[in-house]
Write a protein that binds this ligand. Structure first.
Ligand SMILES: [Fe+2]
Length: 321
């Protein structure tokens, strides 16, 4: 994904997320109310009434987009050479404007964008890519409990995540086929002005020689911008060097995106429970997953204590069963 775990980057975002809406006074009682909201399914339903939460009738109705055979061949050729690929929105065929609007609403409410993972519509983004994922990783792949939602704000000149590799050389087979992929989904147009991704194509460095995770960006001419339209999807392997760039105030729209980590069957590269991409997670599972993301990305953000408290409660106490 855009960035991942503690060992992958020491970068710290400048931005902070403050959960201090004007209507909430600074008292212990109100603090409890905020915590109660964050775990309340009714709160989230009222926050986005057009979205679904663990609604099997909605979940089961969704279908994966189909991928032409020539696109599958091109995807695999890119994965063996450049290490990344853009799946064009004409193939993905969905409108992400509703998703983007929800993320903007979360940010306006001083809530972390990752709370979008409360809703089926966000989980189903990865499930919709089933045919594309199977074309690269084969059947039986899993998703890791690693995902994030970005809102890179040009007004604050925020940045995506610092240059890094998502994993080491062991994330590739000997023939360079990936064992694990990042699936990166722009919900708004991603441009060089609002913080689009950049990558150093894998075939522009000595993969077999560079066996550590050092982020070598010695030759800037090797880099490639990854602009995207809302509705495109990008995949890249865990070895390829990449980063999210810094937005400028000249950009008119935030760069909003979602990322998942997808692992082939049987690799077992991560000591964490892997998930069936197509099983609908329960509401409680979603809260725990969100809490897990907050804990594992503490090195990337200065989270407000409210969110840290939420994460601790969700993972360590009986508040969420
Ligand atoms: Fe990454």
């Amino acid at each position: 994904m855009e960035d991942c775990h503690c060992e992958r980057s020491e970068a710290i975002h400048q931005e902070t997320y403050l959960i201090r809406p004007k209507c909430w006074a600074n008292s212990n009682m109100v603090f409890l109310n905020i915590q109660e909201n964050l775990i309340s399914e009714n709160y989230w339903k009222s926050f986005a009434p057009d979205f679904h939460i663990a609604d099997s009738s909605f979940w089961n109705f969704q279908e994966a987009f189909s991928v032409p055979e020539e696109t599958k061949a091109e995807m695999n050729d890119y994965m063996l050479n450049e290490g990344f690929y853009k799946i064009d929105k004409s193939i993905v065929n969905y409108d992400p404007s509703k998703h983007a609007t929800l993320v903007k609403k979360l940010v306006s409410a001083n809530l972390l964008p990752v709370f979008a993972m409360i809703y089926d519509e966000f989980w189903l983004l990865q499930a919709s890519a089933r045919n594309a994922m199977e074309a690269v990783l084969g059947t039986g792949y899993t998703i890791r409990p690693c995902m994030w939602v970005w809102h890179v704000d040009p007004k604050k000149e925020e940045s995506g995540w610092y240059q890094h590799r998502d994993g080491d050389i062991n994330s590739l087979h000997e023939d360079k086929r990936p064992k694990v992929l990042s699936l990166w989904i722009p919900l708004t147009q991603a441009t060089p002005q609002n913080g689009c991704m950049y990558v150093k194509p894998m075939n522009r460095e000595e993969v077999c020689v560079a066996t550590n995770k050092k982020a070598d960006i010695a030759c800037l001419q090797d880099m490639q911008a990854l602009p995207a339209e809302a509705g495109d999807m990008y995949i890249w392997n865990f070895w390829v060097l990449h980063w999210g760039s810094k937005a400028t105030k000249r950009a008119k729209e935030p760069r909003i995106s979602v990322a998942f980590e997808i692992e082939e069957a049987g690799s077992n590269l991560l000591e964490a429970p892997l998930m069936d991409p197509f099983r609908m997670p329960s509401y409680e599972e979603r809260l725990r997953i969100i809490a897990y993301q907050i804990k594992q990305y503490m090195h990337m953000y200065k989270f407000n204590s409210t969110f840290l408290e939420f994460a601790d409660n969700a993972l360590n106490t009986k508040i969420i069963v």
